[in-house]
Write a new protein. Structure first.
Length: 259
């Protein structure tokens, strides 16, 4: 059985994925193990991580669970050190842990925004700190930050979520502009609606809803490419990109008509 004690040396690339116990993270972990990689999988739910690891028993690669709450900065540093000690240099990281909490303007509270900022934004920052330091030493690495198409522009009922994802996009752009000199490739992943346990809670229409395995396929392919942004579904992403460039007067008119 795969476990954090499974430290047999391997020449396989090492990938660290946060938020790996379900949804996009789980699907990407399986896809990468299918390609023969060693996947260090982190999430808070230890039982789900153990079940995920068992799914890799018959695959060319392996999934090794590293239970973690990314909002705990000390624990994040310790986990990155364990992964490196057990498996060698981290070649790629997909910082996927995050959540969505609706925040209608009429019920706006700072606590709802804070919860999402702590996990979606600061959780990523906690991971970036040791990863960047380690990858600078090894002179290479790929880090993908999972943001969202919702970070393109402010959307109804998403003041907290959208703000956290917009911050991630901006931060990824900033880091990319500098870290290429260190051999570190920073990417941003901007999904639309993907069929996961998180989106299953939504009680509103989700245009161009995408199957999670297809989303994982796009991410895995994008991690191999040279592009900065990995975004999907294609048509919905193009629509959101167009909205991103509309003048405020037209943008707000459209949102109010459809919202």
């Amino acid at each position: 059985m795969n476990s954090t004690q499974d430290t047999a040396p391997s020449n396989a690339p090492v990938v660290w994925i946060t938020g790996a116990s379900q949804g996009i993270g789980e699907a990407v972990a399986i896809a990468l193990a299918r390609e023969g990689m060693t996947v260090a999988a982190s999430a808070r739910n230890e039982e789900r991580l153990a079940a995920l690891a068992r799914q890799s028993d018959a695959l060319p690669g392996r999934i090794v669970p590293y239970p973690l709450d990314v909002t705990d900065q000390t624990a994040v540093h310790e986990t990155v050190n364990k992964i490196i000690a057990n498996h060698g240099a981290v070649d790629q990281a997909i910082l996927n842990a995050g959540t969505y909490i609706a925040s209608p303007a009429a019920e706006f509270t700072s606590n709802v925004v804070r919860q999402q900022m702590e996990l979606n934004l600061m959780g990523v920052c906690h991971c970036l700190e040791p990863l960047i330091a380690a990858m600078k030493k090894q002179g290479k690495g790929v880090i993908a930050i999972n943001a969202s198409l919702a970070g393109y522009r402010g959307l109804p009922k998403a003041a907290g979520y959208g703000a956290s994802k917009a911050a991630l996009i901006n931060m990824a752009e900033s880091l990319n502009s500098e870290l290429w000199r260190e051999g570190i490739d920073i990417k941003v992943i901007n999904p639309g609606f993907v069929k996961t346990p998180l989106t299953s809670k939504n009680r509103f229409p989700m245009p161009f809803l995408m199957e999670v395995d297809k989303a994982a396929e796009v991410i895995v392919k994008g991690m191999k490419g040279r592009q900065f942004e990995i975004r999907f579904p294609r048509i919905f992403a193009a629509i959101m990109a167009l909205l991103r460039h509309l003048p405020y007067s037209l943008y707000f008119w459209l949102v109010r008509k459809t919202g």
